[in-house]
Design a protein around this ligand. Structure first.
Ligand code: GYE
Length: 329
């Protein structure tokens, strides 16, 4: 019976987001909440990655508040950035017999066995935010941004700003995660057309402010640090940490070193207004409404597209002040 819930359409949907917009329902907005059968609440298990960044905090808040708004019984598990905790959480959701499982996989690999267990138990799985490297029949839909495109946008902006010439330090996200892999790839796709734009340093800052700061501090102390003209950070938090390290080293962030990052959190806009960050590529974390639209459809046995892409755009120092009051996260 539950296997019918696996119904899905191999379709592809792109959702554009205007700056400052909260997420809209995927199709025409405001889909009516599912009526729980005979007064029974829909039970959803969500395995979140952790609380590593402002983006993640906004994402969690969006998911929690949307569940509450729709009267969904949400079992929320924070994995503290550990895949093994996510696997444990998913196994426990299976054991509890939840109606739908949703998760944001911290890294790309290692999910096939546990997702097979969910499938064998007849519980549909919805993927949020990051892509797992598994056969497509193991999940119903994947809702999230195109990280390769984000990396490309960051590189295009930077190449223009630097007139096609710069020694770049890259602060990468969590090793093995889809956004770290894809944002690195997208950036390099564009750099291939700019022979004098060169990545001379690349190291993980694990998507956190503390590690971004630590890595930048060490880089600035090394002889290589003197050559760096630009920083590409895979998220705003690492850029904000790097900004602190630069200031402590007597370097003017945003001027001596040009900085581009990804996410578009409020703190990044504030840093742009203060002239310390130059550009951020937005990645909308407000996935709650999209996610629960899909969850409710899947629970009712309705079809959902296999992939829902949330579209992003970039903002830089020239538009930051005007945009800041519209920011929702
Ligand atoms: O960019 C980063 C977070 O997966 C898109 O994870 C997400 C990323 C986001 O920690 O800030």
């Amino acid at each position: 019976m539950k296997r019918a819930l696996w119904l899905s359409l191999f379709a592809f949907v792109v959702i554009g987001c205007n700056s400052g917009d909260t997420a809209k329902a995927p199709e025409g907005g405001g889909a009516a909440p599912a009526k729980p059968e005979a007064g029974k609440k829909l039970v959803v298990g969500f395995s979140q990655i952790g609380a590593e960044s402002d983006w993640r905090t906004a994402n969690t808040e969006s998911i929690r508040s949307e569940a509450e708004k729709r009267g969904v019984d949400l079992k929320f598990a924070d994995a503290q950035q550990k895949a093994e905790n996510q696997i444990k959480a998913i196994k426990s959701f299976i054991a509890q017999g939840v109606d739908v499982i949703a998760f944001a996989p911290v890294v790309e690999t290692g999910w096939e066995p546990v997702l097979r267990e969910a499938k064998d138990a007849g519980i549909p799985v919805i993927v949020s935010d990051r892509r797992p490297d598994v056969p497509e029949d193991l999940y119903v839909t994947f809702i999230g941004a195109d990280f390769v495109k984000e990396g490309e946008m960051a590189a295009e902006w930077l190449a223009k700003k630097m007139d096609g010439k710069a020694k770049i330090a890259e602060l990468t996200g969590t090793t093995g995660s889809a956004p770290a892999n894809d944002r690195a790839k997208g950036f390099r796709n564009v750099l291939a057309n700019h022979p004098e734009m060169e990545i001379v340093f690349t190291q993980t800052g694990d998507f956190t402010r503390a590690k971004g700061k630590e890595v930048m501090e060490a880089l600035l102390k090394s002889p290589q640090g003197k050559d760096i003209k630009a920083v590409y950070a895979h998220n705003d938090d690492m850029a904000l940490g790097a900004i602190q390290a630069m200031e402590e080293a007597g370097i003017k962030p945003g001027k001596d070193i040009i900085i581009v990052s990804i996410d578009g959190v409020k703190a990044a806009f504030e840093a742009m207004v203060a002239g310390k960050l130059n550009c951020t590529v937005e990645c909308n974390p407000l996935l709650g409404p999209y996610l629960f639209d899909a969850i409710e459809k899947v629970a009712k046995g309705e079809e959902v597209p296999k992939r829902v892409v949330i579209e992003d755009k970039w903002y830089d120092e020239s538009t930051a002040a005007a945009e800041l009051p519209n920011r929702k996260y």
